[in-house]
Design a protein around this ligand. Structure first.
Ligand SMILES: Cc1cc2nc3c(=O)[nH]c(=O)nc-3n(C[C@H](O)[C@H](O)[C@H](O)COP(=O)(O)O)c2cc1C
Length: 186
């Protein structure tokens, strides 16, 4: 096996979405954390998973509540990514942003690119983390032209699309060894 530092060096090459995963207890006290380990699992029934370190306070709170929401952050909510991973804990993390709730009662961020309201279908502990599978009972999608916040190489950034590959020009693969002039395709 490799060591954990080498694991992290490799994993920093995975670009990901940035989510705030939230829940609330029976008296309405909210908790949440920043998480990139969120993955689509199944469309039928609609299911996703989130991996949360079992030492994080949010893990126990989400397990106890039995529901959670995954809020996919927009570029202009980058400050929330920092806040929900900071030393500030509990309710104080929710002091910025507009929050509501949908079906389960988990906090939904109104400005999220998408929010998935989930009930825990299954929970599996693997090493340091709990993998929580959520059945998605509600989804909200932001419809303006807001941009996604991404995380890669240990930094936040945005998405830039490349030109389409659907043209004859771009499908041509140059043979650099045999041609100096890429416009010569004879
Ligand atoms: C970009 C980013 C992604 C993160 N992804 C995860 C993750 O997928 N799972 C996790 O358990 N912690 C993740 N963390 C760490 C938690 O957000 C952080 O430990 C947080 O303070 C935990 O809060 P809590 O102890 O109140 O639950 C991430 C942090 C950052 C900055």
């Amino acid at each position: 096996m490799i060591d954990s530092d080498t694991f992290k060096v490799g994993m920093r090459q995975l670009a990901g979405h940035v989510c705030v995963v939230t829940t609330a207890d029976a008296s309405g006290v909210r908790v949440g954390l920043t998480a990139t380990a969120v993955c689509s699992v199944s469309a039928d029934p609609p299911t996703l998973l989130v991996c949360i370190n079992r030492q994080n306070a949010s893990h126990g709170a989400i397990r106890a509540a039995g529901f959670f929401a995954v809020n996919v952050l927009a570029l202009d909510d980058r400050a929330l990514a920092d806040r929900f991973a900071s030393g500030v804990g509990g309710e104080a993390r929710f002091s910025t942003g507009r929050w509501s709730h949908d079906i389960t009662g988990a906090p939904i961020l109104d400005s999220a690119m998408a929010s998935f309201d989930c009930r825990i279908a299954q929970a599996v502990d693997v090493e340091t983390h709990g993998i929580l599978f959520g059945h998605i009972v509600g989804v909200r999608v932001r419809t303006d032209d807001a941009k996604l916040l991404l995380y890669a190489h240990g930094q936040y950034g945005g998405f830039a699309s490349l030109p389409s590959l659907n043209t004859a020009d771009s499908l041509w693969i140059p043979n650099w060894n045999s041609r100096a002039d890429p416009s010569d395709r004879s």
